[in-house]
Design a protein around this ligand. Structure first.
Ligand SMILES: O=P(O)(O)OC[C@H]1O[C@](O)(CO)[C@@H](O)[C@@H]1O
Length: 430
C-alpha cells in the first residue's frame, strides 16, 4: 500500500513539508503510546494485534461444517456487518452473500423473497448480543426458516461476546458459536471472527487477509514518513485542524464501494468526540465526478478528498468506433479510462487548491484488502491519539438506543419521554 501526500501541500486548507516535519515528533510519541497499548493488549489497541491474535483455524472449524452453502446471510449491524460486507463485496465468490443490517420491513421482505433459505447459512453477529435491530431481524429470519421447514439450529452460526441474549441462545440450542475478541470495538473487528467468517464461508483465503494485516502491522513505525497508515492518519488530522472537516473517501473501484461505508463508521464513531471529528463522505469514482465533485472542487474549502485505487485492475478493451468525436476511446480500455479519470480528478482538485490524498493498493485481493483495512484502523488510532479523543468508545449512540427501546416499551427511559417534547413546525402538502 502506498500513500501520496503531495496534493495536500500548499492547498486550502493545506499542509507544508515543515508542518509534517513538526508533526512527526508527535507521531513518534503517539506510536509509542499505541505500541504500549498493543503490547499490553489494552482495550481498543488490542484490535491492532488481530493479524497475529486472530485464529483462522477456529473460524474454519466453525464454518467448514456448513459445506459450501448456496448463500450466507449475515444478520448484524455496524461493525458486526460492515467488515464482512467490505470483504464479501470486494471479492468474487459462487456463494452469494446477503446482509441484513437494517430493520426496513420492505427490504427485509424483499431479501427473504430472494434468499435460497433452504441452502443458506445464517451468520448472526452481535458483540453485545443485545442490539435490537440484529435480534429483531434474527427472530424474523428464524421464523422464515421454520416456515420453510428448515432446521434453523442446523443452519445458524453465532458470533457474539461472552454474555448477552445471543450467547444464551447459542448455549440453549448448542449452536456453533465464535467468540468476539476481547477489547476490540466492533468497527475495529474486521480482521477477527466478526469479519472473517463470511469470507471463510465464501471460500476466500482468510489467512491471506491476515497476512495483509501483518503487512500493515509491520509498516507501523515511529515516523509518518515510514508508515503509509500513519502518513494518512497524521495528514487527515492536520488537515482537519486546518479546517478540512469533511473527508470524502472516493475509491476508483466498484469492489471498494462498501469499504467507504466501513471507513465511514470507523472514522465517525472513533473520532467524532468532544465537538471534534472529520465527517466521512462516501463517494465513488468515476461516478461521483458527475455528481459530488462539483461541491468538492467549488464548494466551501472545508474538505479533503481521499482518492483510492488498485494499481492493477482488469482491462476490458473499448472497441474501435467511427462515431464522431469518440474515436479516441476506441482501442483503449475501461481500465485505462478509469485510471485516466482518477488522475484527472486528482489534478482537477489540486488545480482548485483542494487537498487530496492518494491511497494505492496493488490490487483488490485478500492480502491487499487485509493491508488496507489494517492501515486505515491504524491511521484512525493515530488520528485519535493526536486529537486526544477517546477513540474506542461511542457514548453518543446510546441516547437514541434508549429512546427507541423506551418507545417500544422496553423500559422506562427519560430519553423516550423527551421524544414527546418534539417541537413542531409542520408544512403540509396538498
Ligand atoms: O455488535 P453489536 O454489539 O450488536 O453492536 C453493533 C454496532 O452498534 C454499536 O455498538 C453502536 O451502537 C457499534 O459500535 C457496533 O459496531
Amino acid at each position: 500500500m502506498h500513500v501520496d501526500l503531495g496534493n495536500a501541500l500548499d492547498t486550502t486548507p493545506g499542509l507544508t513539508e515543515e508542518t509534517l516535519d513538526r508533526l512527526d515528533s508527535r507521531v513518534a510519541d503517539a506510536h509509542d503510546r499505541i505500541a504500549s497499548g498493543m503490547a499490553d493488549d489494552e482495550f481498543g489497541y488490542a484490535a491492532l494485534n488481530l493479524p497475529e491474535t486472530a485464529d483462522p483455524d477456529a473460524i474454519r472449524a466453525a464454518t467448514d461444517r456448513f459445506d459450501r452453502p448456496e448463500a450466507v446471510l449475515t444478520v448484524g449491524i455496524g461493525g458486526s456487518a460492515l467488515g464482512a460486507a467490505t470483504l464479501s463485496n470486494a471479492l468474487e465468490s459462487d456463494v452469494d452473500a446477503y446482509f441484513l443490517d437494517n430493520v426496513d420491513p420492505d427490504a427485509v421482505g424483499s431479501l427473504l423473497d430472494d434468499l435460497p433459505i433452504d441452502d443458506t447459512v445464517v451468520n448472526v453477529v452481535s458483540k453485545s448480543g443485545t442490539t435490537a435491530e440484529t435480534l429483531a431481524n434474527f427472530l424474523v429470519v428464524r421464523e422464515a426458516m421454520v416456515e420453510a421447514g428448515v432446521d434453523w439450529t442446523e443452519r445458524t452460526l453465532v458470533t457474539t461476546g461472552e454474555e448477552g441474549n445471543l450467547r444464551a441462545l447459542a448455549d440453549a440450542h448448542d449452536l456453533p458459536a465464535l467468540d468476539v475478541p476481547d477489547g476490540v470495538p466492533g468497527r475495529f473487528s474486521v480482521l477477527s471472527t466478526v469479519g472473517l467468517a463470511v469470507p471463510a464461508l465464501q471460500g476466500h483465503d482468510i489467512e491471506a487477509i491476515l497476512v495483509g494485516g501483518r503487512d500493515g502491522m509491520e509498516d507501523l513505525s515511529g515516523s509518518l514518513f515510514e508508515s503509509p497508515a500513519y502518513a494518512y492518519g497524521a495528514a487527515t488530522y492536520a488537515l482537519a485542524e486546518r479546517g478540512a472537516l469533511t473527508n470524502a473517501v472516493m475509491p476508483y473501484a466498484e469492489s471498494l464501494e462498501t469499504f467507504a461505508e466501513w471507513f465511514a463508521q470507523l472514522w465517525a464513531e472513533s473520532l467524532g468526540k468532544d465537538g471534534l471529528g472529520q465527517t466521512p463522505a462516501r463517494a465513488l469514482g468515476a461516478t461521483d465526478q458527475h455528481s459530488q465533485l462539483q461541491l468538492y472542487r467549488a464548494g466551501p474549502p472545508d474538505k479533503l478528498v481521499s482518492l483510492i485505487r488498485p494499481t492493477e485492475r482488469a482491462e476490458t478493451a473499448i472497441p474501435e468506433t467511427d462515431l464522431d468525436g469518440l474515436a479516441y476511446l476506441g482501442g483503449s480500455s475501461l481500465g485505462d479510462l478509469l485510471d485516466a479519470e482518477f488522475e484527472a480528478t486528482e489534478a482537477s482538485l489540486a488545480a482548485a487548491g483542494v487537498p487530496n490524498v492518494r491511497v494505492e493498493v496493488d490490487r483488490v485481493d485478500e492480502r491487499s484488502l487485509g493491508e488496507l483495512l489494517y492501515a486505515m484502523e491504524a491511521a484512525c488510532v493515530l488520528y485519535g491519539e493526536l486529537a486526544s479523543v477517546s477513540t474506542f468508545t461511542q457514548p453518543a449512540v446510546e441516547w437514541g438506543k434508549k429512546a427507541a427501546r423506551g418507545l417500544l416499551g422496553g423500559g422506562n427511559f427519560p430519553e423516550a419521554d423527551a421524544v414527546a417534547d418534539k417541537r413542531e413546525l409542520r408544512i403540509d402538502g396538498a
